[in-house]
Design a binder for this molecule. Structure first.
Ligand SMILES: Cc1cc2nc3c(=O)[nH]c(=O)nc-3n(C[C@H](O)[C@H](O)[C@H](O)COP(=O)(O)OP(=O)(O)OC[C@H]3O[C@@H](n4cnc5c(N)ncnc54)[C@H](O)[C@@H]3O)c2cc1C
Length: 540
């Protein structure tokens, strides 16, 4: 059978881990990491799992016969099926390393226009196949995984990489029309010649797409104010099984519930986002950054609260606890670090930074003399502890894969909670997670940071590193995650601030949302997707 385009792209994406097949840490770096982890966890003799080989994977034969009319769009190539089986959560990486691809989709669709896409959706609807939109495949909540529960006779993963253009730029209104499958770096590359930027940088930026960001309400690098992709979406165009829905562009509108908002966080369950008009910005010229060190994490959190409640809106206002600072090399573990950064395309930032640092100092924060002065080089935010943290942040996914190969359990989870509950929430979730991880694994390091802060609350983020037992690491992690999720709900937090619901958070999401809202969402799904083929198992 002729295979659709792009199966021979080089370098190819890894079918089990982060990045390209030839990316990741080299053997020397992995060895250094092993020694560091042995010392940190007080364990010896960690051995490394080999990377899986395509020919060894356990993958069922496809249940779908591709009709000749769709042969140019639907692939059943082994690599494509493997690469579209999972997202990139720890439990996905482990199953990939173990060669378990029993959840592989029966076919991968590679449409490059809306006609192709409609034909794929019609084919799925006529034959009772699940249709699962796939952007960058960086979901960490089981968002792109076909679960074989017998409800459908097959599953088609719909890869949007053919929707890869920035179509139009409206310089006057400062907005851009961008297709759903464009990955982060390509968006910035297309906007740079116009001195514009979307400035949405999730950690997964390199391998996640505009459509995926909108469908999951992704959180980017703005720690305050424009925290989610939501704030940049002007209008969307969505291909649903019931037809095409395109919303109008307005800078703001009070005309009833906003239709484009229905698709923010729709997780592929209502249709495929093929394009969106996005609000873009001038590229920043002025930057100011500084770090305040706190003996007590809670004093740092209090400083973050006062800074954001003062209306200062720093782009970076990330508070790392001592362990997190140590993990990323930004500190020695004895202090919590509040990383502060302001940026602007228009003006110097000294008054804002001075006020933020005065608040931090007032709460006992130690700040280096002369820190935080505005620079026009654009490099300010990349120096010092902030720079060290940022480079480790970008390396994080590769380190995570290397640690997983060493038999570790290494995963993150996040939430948001109002300030009035913050202290109890933070202590309670940390305690419940550390207890569960220690019970399951014998020892564990659980660290935390604040990724985003609001006038009324904060988004805490937790990292768990523990030596997994030889087999059953997915079940071990699931046990820890359930304990953490129960603590999150018990202390008034949301099951996710930006990672989305997917299949993994579904039971907790169902407890969080009002029943009547669930029914209303179900009714919207019935209108847009009457046969329920769109990403079944998420949200509805
Ligand atoms: C190492 C790492 C770091 C991460 N850091 C962040 C972070 O900083 N902030 C953050 O918010 N998230 C983060 N994530 C999670 C993930 O990157 C985000 O959820 C991201 O928005 C997913 O985009 P994607 O293109 O990869 O979507 P996918 O993983 O392909 O899909 C995610 C969901 O969106 C649906 N979908 C995808 N494209 C479309 C479309 N065009 N139309 C309709 N539905 C669609 C899918 O069906 C699925 O339900 C991280 C993940 C990893 C692995």
């Amino acid at each position: 059978m002729t295979q659709p385009r792009s199966t021979d792209e080089s370098p190819r994406r890894s079918f089990w881990g982060w990045g390209h097949e030839d990316g990741g840490l080299d053997a020397t770096e992995r060895d250094a990491l092993r020694m560091m982890m042995e010392a940190r966890l007080g364990v010896a003799g960690l051995s490394e799992l080999a990377a899986p080989r395509l020919e060894d994977l356990r993958m069922p034969a496809p249940r779908i016969t591709v009709p000749s009319a769709l042969a140019a769009i639907l692939s059943q190539d082994r690599y494509e099926r493997a690469a579209h089986t999972y997202g990139k959560a720890f439990r996905d990486i482990v199953r990939g390393l173990e060669g378990d691809f029993t959840a592989a989709p029966d076919a991968v669709a590679l449409p490059s226009n809306e006609d192709d896409l409609r034909r794929v959706l019609d084919f799925c609807a006529e034959n009772s196949f699940a249709a699962i939109p796939y952007g960058g495949g960086s979901s960490v909540v089981g968002g792109v995984e076909a679960r074989r529960d017998g409800r459908f006779d097959g599953a088609v993963s719909i890869d949007l990489r053919g929707f890869d253009q920035v179509l139009e730029i409206d310089r006057t209104s400062r907005a851009a029309r961008i297709q759903g499958g464009v990955l982060g770096p390509a968006i910035e590359e297309a906007l740079r010649p116009h001195n514009l930027s979307l400035r949405h940088y999730p950690q997964s930026f390199e391998f996640s797409s505009l459509g995926g960001w909108i469908a999951t309400r992704a959180g980017g690098h703005y720690a305050t104010l424009h925290t989610h992709i939501d704030d940049f979406v002007e209008s969307v165009r969505v291909v649903t099984p019931s037809g095409v829905l395109a919303t109008k562009r307005f800078p703001g509108s009070g005309a009833g519930p906003a239709p484009e908002r229905l698709f923010l966080g729709s997780e592929g369950a209502l249709g495929v986002i093929t394009e969106a008009w996005m609000r873009v910005q001038e590229r920043p010229r002025f930057r100011a950054s500084a770090t305040a060190r706190f003996v007590d994490f809670r004093r740092g959190a209090e400083a973050a609260r006062q800074i954001v409640q003062a209306g200062l809106h720093p782009q970076n206002c990330r508070l790392l606890d001592g362990g997190e600072a140590l993990n990323t090399g930004a500190g020695d573990g004895s202090r919590s670090l509040l990383l502060l950064g302001f940026e602007s395309a228009d003006h110097g930032l000294d008054p804002w930074m001075e006020r933020a640092l005065a608040i931090a100092r007032g709460l006992g924060g130690e700040v280096k003399e002369g820190a935080g002065v505005t620079r026009e080089t654009g490099e300010g935010a990349r120096e010092g502890e902030a720079g060290t943290w940022r480079s480790m942040f970008l390396k994080g996914p590769y380190l995570r894969d290397a640690l997983t190969r060493l038999g570790m359990i290494v995963e993150t989870f996040e939430s948001a909670v109002t300030w009035d509950r913050f202290d109890a929430f933070h202590a309670g979730v940390l305690e419940a997670t550390t207890r569960a991880a220690t019970e399951v694994c014998g020892s564990a390091v659980v660290t935390s940071r604040l990724t985003h802060v609001y006038p009324d609350g904060a988004a805490p983020y937790f990292t768990v590193i523990a030596p997994g037992k030889a087999s059953g690491r997915v079940a071990q992690w699931d046990e820890i995650k359930i304990a953490a999720s129960e603590a999150i709900l018990a202390h008034g937090g949301t099951i996710t601030h930006h990672h989305a619901v997917g299949r993994d958070h579904r039971p907790f999401y169902d407890r969080e949302r009002p029943d009547l809202f669930a029914r209303a969402l179900g009714a919207a799904k019935s209108a847009l997707d009457p046969q329920g083929i769109m990403n079944p198992g998420v949200l509805v």
